[in-house]
Design a protein around this ligand. Structure first.
Ligand code: MG
Length: 351
């Protein structure tokens, strides 16, 4: 079989890039285009078109949530965690964003020749501890080794399976005008923890990653106000801005946020100013944004604040009818601005 790539044509044009760029992995517009124009048409399955954080699939009367995620963060260890915790918590969170209770994980390792065995050992122990703490079993795995110089220490893929309780119905297309938009704490911590290590930045305190499993918090929220939580999303790559834009498009609604209401720590704010980055575009690994029916906002907010992972919870905005598909922000000085979907990668290899 000859491999003549010139015969292949993309079902729909992918901007002007003939080759993959780092931004295609950034969780912004370029990633969305790659999925919409290349992967989704090729694999064409209704579950892929749901565009949730995990696919929701019926099985013998139950509903399963399934998600897969690969982790390529550099460096492998950083304040607040390592690639090991990220690989476990990240996939747990994608299941939790569909309201699922995570049950099982698989773990695939692509290891670079020369990686000290002690480093791999610590990463694996941290994965095991994170899974135990979350009550999730790691039940299958795979190991591949690539030649020195062809990896970056270790890449990890995890796939997760969870069960969605009866009566829970959460999806990115369920935001309704009037819904309140809530977040469980300060934004930008994970991305800035990685960047300050890479850039050697010093602040009064060390900025630590917020990596954490969110399924316990989600379960408490769903119990506090049954049926009132319409949408959940973990604002990882592309930050809060990307998450809100995806929901505005999927639900065909406008989202108005109040910039003054966004929780940002002083150190993250300082790091962002130094690097010329807006914290609304910076990755989080232990945060969720929730769209909640208006009448239940106070109940859900109180429930979040009572949970260890929601002490800094805040209402940051609301859903409006128009302009549909657009995220706008009221600025600190009273103006309004559009918060666009990021194009590509502001901070590469962040998770
Ligand atoms: Mg996600």
């Amino acid at each position: 079989m000859s491999l003549d790539f010139t015969q292949w044509s993309c079902p729909l044009p992918l901007r002007d890039y003939p080759n993959i760029v780092v931004g295609h992995g950034g969780g912004g517009k370029l990633t969305t285009e790659l999925i919409q124009h290349l992967f989704a048409p090729a694999f064409d399955d209704p579950a892929l078109h749901q565009r949730g954080d995990a696919a929701v699939l019926p099985l013998d009367g139950a509903r399963l949530a399934i998600s897969t995620d690969s982790f390529v963060v550099r460096p492998l260890f950083f304040p607040g965690g390592s690639i090991g915790e990220l690989a476990v918590n990240g996939t747990i969170n994608d299941l939790a964003m569909m309201g699922a209770q995570p049950r099982y994980l698989t773990a695939g390792f692509i290891v670079e020749e020369g990686l000290p065995l002690a480093q791999l050992g610590v990463i694996v122990e941290r994965m095991a501890a994170a899974a135990r703490a979350a009550g999730v079993r790691i039940v299958a795995g795979d190991t591949k080794v690539v030649d020195k110089g062809h990896g970056d220490g270790v890449f990890i893929n995890t796939t997760g399976i969870g069960v969605i309780p009866d009566g829970v119905s959460i999806g990115p297309d369920r935001a309704r005008p009037g819904d309140g938009v809530l977040i469980n704490g300060s934004i930008g911590d994970h991305g800035m923890a990685i960047m300050s290590v890479r850039e050697g930045l010093q602040f009064e305190t060390t900025i630590a990653s917020d990596t954490a499993p969110l399924h316990g918090l989600v379960a408490a929220m769903l119990e506090a106000a049954p049926g009132a939580v319409h949408v959940l999303r973990d604002p990882t790559r592309g930050g809060l801005a990307a998450a809100l834009n995806e929901i505005a498009v999927a639900s065909r609604v406008g989202i108005q946020i109040d910039e003054r209401a966004l929780p940002v720590s002083a150190d993250v704010q300082a790091a962002c100013e130094l690097l010329g980055i807006d914290p609304i575009y910076v990755a989080n690994e232990g945060k969720l944004v929730a769209f909640v029916a208006q009448e239940a906002v106070e109940t859900v907010l109180a429930c979040m604040r009572a949970h260890p992972l929601g002490r800094g919870a805040a209402v940051i905005g609301r859903v409006v009818e128009q302009p549909a598909g657009l995220v706008t922000a009221r600025t600190a000085i009273g103006g309004a601005r559009v918060i666009p979907m990021p194009l590509g990668e502001q901070l590469p290899r962040i998770c």
